[in-house]
Design a protein around this ligand. Structure first.
Ligand SMILES: [Zn+2]
Length: 259
């Protein structure tokens, strides 16, 4: 038996976006005005994309979920991911991404829709625009409780040009244009939008303690604009989403709901 729940959550990950970049990105500042937010939230160590994403989806530290690099998602680890819980309760999930490794975040068959457009065989910009188009079309036709949209361009420019360079900031602006297009194209009064970075960065890399400060922004009816989220962690995102969707977290989860 499923409890009827008309709420929808869109989780947008701005891979590698440093909270310090926000003040140089007008759209990010504008969006943040309507959010509860933290600019000093913490991700886990190592501050690397896949371990951080598994902690985002499983609300535990890498020591518990056993994913420490980008190549081994700890597939057979026993801690449930939020997508496992959505699937068990027949809540539809969808994901949109241009970095193929992320397919391993969800076990086969647990997503209602999985849209991958390679940022390697296209440009990341082209892939991103097509993903946004695809998401707008799909989400307007199909009620989807949980949507995950991953943006790879900021991290990519960080590695290529360096964190906080002009080119890096340009990538942030590009991504935020696409975030706006998606949110304006699909969000209604029952939609909560969560924007979070998996990690920050420095020079042309990331992975260390100094890369663990991240932004979290949440816009939705349970969140009062301007509220500062204190002591927020990437591990708090999954419990927050489950609370919005009226579901119970896995017993092993370490994070807390942010409202
Ligand atoms: Zn990276």
């Amino acid at each position: 038996m499923n409890i009827v729940n008309d709420q929808k959550v869109i989780l947008i990950v701005t891979d590698g976006m440093d909270p310090a970049a926000i003040k140089q990105v007008p759209k990010a500042q504008e969006f943040m005005k309507n959010c509860a937010y933290a600019l000093d939230a913490k991700t886990v160590m190592p501050a690397i994309t896949m371990p951080c994403h598994v902690s985002l989806f499983k609300s535990v530290d890498p020591e518990i979920h056993e994913c420490f690099d980008n190549y081994d998602p700890g597939y057979y680890n026993k801690v449930k991911s939020m997508v496992d819980i959505f699937h068990r309760r027949d809540r539809r999930s969808a994901m949109f991404y241009s970095w193929g490794e992320l397919r391993d975040l969800a076990k086969p068959g647990t997503m209602a829709y999985d849209c991958f457009i390679s940022g390697y065989y296209n440009s990341i910009e082209k892939a991103t625009k097509e993903l946004t188009d695809n998401a707008i079309e799909y989400l307007n036709k199909n009620f989807t409780s949980f949507t995950f949209f991953h943006h790879d361009l900021i991290d990519s420019h960080g590695h290529y040009y360096g964190w906080m360079t002009d080119e890096y900031i340009d990538a942030c602006k590009f991504v935020w244009d696409e975030i706006y297009r998606l949110v304006e194209g699909v969000a209604d009064e029952n939609t909560t939008v969560i924007i979070v970075s998996d990690h920050s960065g420095h020079d042309r890399d990331h992975g260390t303690e100094e890369d663990t400060t991240i932004p979290i922004m949440i816009r939705g009816k349970n969140f009062i604009p301007g509220t500062l989220l204190e002591n927020a962690s990437i591990k708090d995102v999954a419990p927050t989403i489950l609370k919005i969707l009226d579901l119970t977290p896995d017993e092993a989860w370490e994070g807390k709901a942010l409202y």
